[in-house]
Design a protein around this ligand. Structure first.
Ligand code: SUG
Length: 447
């Protein structure tokens, strides 16, 4: 077992998982708006993926879902009365607001925050900045609870530094690790952190995109400063506007990395050659292995539809060979699958393919990589995290039974007006806090 590991913390899908079409520029979210969702199936798919990674020998963690519907937000917006009365009023007067406060979007843990390993930071601690997710209202209400969850799991200031989510509105819009990659030879070494932004608001003419460019340069540079990253080991790169316009709303829809390997669509970045040069300079002696997929082989459209790049690139066991954990949709896309079969025969570190079924999440634009947050930890740090949040066979079985007990099979847009759904969601979360041994954690438990 290596002494420094890259752990994946996956967002456990919440019981209110639904398709509300909330994310402009995320084509899957728009396409599946108002479709019937299957919360139980969604949660089981997510849990099975976690179990699979655990079985492959990787360290796997769980991030618990947030309280939904989020009554504190509705009260903040001026709705008064009992919880049931508020649900009734909002469903009649502002159903879009109700849908936003019901979204189970915290499942996409890649957007929970940005994490810098202790090998990269000035004070030698692991640094966390929860993402403010300012670009989408339904996601902007996640940050406070995310921050609390990070502090609950990584609860030791000697090893873990927790920052607040960035203030400053959309100019400092931050979507977390979905636009952040780290390169290194082995996880214990000083790494090079790559921040990818879609917009730069100050000091440069704004490049306009059809869909929102969510991550700002200002946010990315602020995070690098807060985390105490070395300037010569930090690289900023612009996401190509063409990608954003084609539905690549986060960089992890068009690229993924592990150690010194960057697997990317050739159109992923605005100035690719310059970026590769800067990455190589920052890496020094570490050779960068770039695997670029030409648009002529897999079009941007096919890449985004299949979520080829929204995969997890991992080392299973101590072998140098890497495995891509891909969504089933990439096996079902003939061009993409043909490319993948060819890829594993080439002279690259990617040697194995594993396909996982996360279809319920995929319909909202969340593939395997969206569902996980990578946290690199050394032995001492690993020993300090709350062990209840580490997934193993027994915890999988407990959570799987918990899902069976509490989750609905189906959810339709109209069901959000049903006050029983609120009670069901709270009963589920109440039991979950007992399972995780964290006392009263959610706002409704403290009211
Ligand atoms: O922010 N979808 C999420 C998907 C996030 C995917 N994450 C990464 N690429 N890392 C989003 O667009 C859709 C919700 C709805 O429409 O009901 C949504 O929020």
């Amino acid at each position: 077992m290596p002494t420094v590991v890259e752990m994946n913390f996956d967002g456990l899908v919440g019981s209110t998982h639904n398709y509300a079409g909330l994310a402009d520029g995320n084509l899957a979210s728009t396409k599946h708006a108002k479709l019937v969702s299957h919360p139980r199936q969604a949660a089981k798919e997510g849990l099975s993926k976690m179990l699979r990674l655990h079985q492959l020998g990787l360290k796997q963690g769980v991030l618990i879902p947030q309280e939904r519907p989020h009554l504190p937000t509705l009260r903040h917006m001026g709705f008064v009365g009992t919880d049931r009365a508020i649900i009734d009023k909002v469903s009649n007067s502002a159903p879009h607001l109700l849908a936003m406060c019901y979204s189970a979007s915290s499942m996409w843990a890649a957007n929970a925050g940005t994490v810098s390993p202790s090998a990269d930071t000035a004070d030698g601690r692991v640094h966390f900045t929860p993402a403010n997710l300012k670009s989408m209202f339904h996601r902007s209400i996640e940050a406070d609870s995310t921050s609390k969850l990070f502090q609950t799991i990584f609860n030791n200031q000697q090893y873990f530094a927790h920052h607040d989510a960035l203030k400053g509105g959309v100019h400092f819009g931050d979507e977390g690790a979905a636009n952040h990659n780290r390169f290194c030879t082995s996880y214990d070494q000083q790494g090079v952190e790559l921040f990818v932004y879609g917009r730069r608001d100050f000091g440069e003419p704004r490049s306009s995109t059809k869909f929102p460019a969510r991550q700002s340069y200002e946010a990315s540079t602020a995070i690098a400063r807060r985390h105490g990253l070395r300037a010569d080991k930090t690289v900023m790169a612009r996401q190509s506007p063409q990608v954003i316009n084609a539905g690549g709303f986060h960089n992890d829809v068009v690229s993924v990395s592990n150690k010194n390997v960057l697997f990317m669509h050739e159109l992923a970045f605005a100035n690719k050659d310059d970026l590769i040069k800067r990455l190589c300079n920052a890496l020094g002696d570490v050779p960068l292995h770039v695997i670029q997929v030409p648009d002529s082989t897999v079009s941007l459209d096919n890449a985004i539809r299949s979520y080829l790049f929204n995969s997890q690139l991992v080392n299973v066991s101590d072998s140098a060979d890497m495995t891509l954990i891909l969504p089933l949709e990439s096996r079902e896309n003939a061009k993409v699958y043909e490319y993948l079969l060819n890829l594993v025969d080439q002279d690259t570190p990617i040697k194995n393919l594993e396909f996982v079924d996360v279809r319920q999440s995929m319909r909202n634009g969340g593939g395997p990589a969206c569902l996980r947050l990578r946290v690199v930890l050394n032995e001492q740090e690993l020993a300090q995290i709350n062990p209840k949040f580490i997934l193993d066979g027994p915890l999988f079985s407990i959570l799987d039974r918990w899902v069976d007990k509490h989750y609905r099979d189906e959810l339709r847009a109209a069901d959000l007006a049903d006050p029983d759904l609120l009670n069901e969601s709270r009963a589920a979360l109440d039991e979950l806090t007992q399972i995780m041994g964290i006392g009263s954690f959610y706002p409704f438990q403290q009211a």
